[in-house]
Design a protein around this ligand. Structure first.
Ligand code: NAD
Length: 271
């Protein structure tokens, strides 16, 4: 038996494709042979990532999309279908947090503004549900496809301070299971919906929270490392194997799972 992780002939639509994690994931999918639509609110970033992929010999296009606007998602999906004939893979990568939706010394739980909470809830939950509706409708028609959501360590047990993000990511894990069952029962046994739950990565956005200027861990960074048995941060590149696996012909019986890629953070009780 020879295992096959090739994605040649498949078309992937990646939301948040201009971001830290999903730009790397877009490269990985293209390197496995997929046509990759790099879709992002930032047209500039989406276009730049697609250009990088093409310059390396891959097939990619950059498209502006707002995952919170159904019309925008429909236009994006239509453009991808027109170019490549269909969508086999949807990676729901758009997501994120904002400081005003997290508690801090001068922002108590009681004062968290509704607009910030709504922004984080919507981006991290509705922003995956809407593309899954639009692309999932086509998958239901063709009777096959693969959706991968991006959950978080915050989904298993909430991280301190990040109320809205933790709740929304718990929602994404729950939605992943729900949609996997729904698609199989209502439409096709060949539609799969899974998620990855990245552990702690050290990225430009969170470096200030995790590391001091001299490279030593902040108090929060120290706690993260102490609860990560591998005793290090992950990299976006280390998420790619899990994504490619979930999208490949080798995962045809893997459905409704949230796969942690976390250096055993979620396995560790702390004792
Ligand atoms: P990022 O901010 O680098 O990328 C997110 C991308 O989403 C950005 O390019 C942004 O322009 C885009 N985006 C924002 N709003 C959008 C909208 N309405 N429509 C379309 N695109 C929109 O973040 P990242 O660190 O690469 O995170 C990607 C995903 O991984 C997110 O869901 C995040 O919650 C999750 N995640 C990240 C980490 C981490 O450590 N970085 C850990 C666990 C999970």
């Amino acid at each position: 038996m020879k295992l096959n992780f090739s994605l040649t002939g498949k078309t992937a639509l990646v939301t948040g494709g201009g971001g830290v994690i999903c730009s790397v994931i877009s490269h990985a999918l293209a390197s496995q042979g997929a046509n990759v639509a790099v879709c992002d609110l930032s047209e500039e970033r989406a276009t730049a990532v697609a250009e990088e992929i093409r310059s390396e010999g891959g097939r990619a296009m950059g498209i502006k999309v707002d995952v919170l606007d159904r019309t925008s998602v429909e236009a994006c999906a239509a453009a991808v279908q027109e170019a490549w004939g269909g969508i086999d893979i949807l990676i729901n990568g758009a997501g994120g947090n904002k400081p005003t939706a997290t508690t801090s010394g001068d922002r108590s739980f009681f004062d968290l503004p509704e607009d910030a909470l709504t922004w984080v809830f919507n981006l991290n939950l509705l922003g995956s549900v809407l593309p899954a509706q639009v692309v999932g409708r086509q998958m239901a028609k063709t009777g096959g496809g693969c959706i991968v959501n991006i959950s978080s360590m915050a989904a298993y047990r909430p991280l301190t301070r990040t109320l809205a993000y933790s709740a929304a990511k718990a929602g994404i894990s729950n939605f992943t299971q729900w949609l996997a069952v729904h698609m199989n029962q209502e439409y096709s046994p060949n539609i799969r919906v899974n998620a990855i739950a990245p552990g702690f990565l050290l990225t430009a956005q969170n470096q200030y929270l995790m590391q001091r200027e001299d490279g030593s861990p902040t108090e929060r960074g120290g706690k993260v490392l102490a609860h990560t048995p591998m005793n290090r941060y992950g990299t976006p590149e280390e998420l790619c194997g899990a994504i490619v696996f979930l999208c490949s012909e080798e995962a045809t019986f893997v459905n409704g799972v949230v796969l942690p890629v976390d250096g055993a953070f979620s396995a560790y009780s702390g004792v």
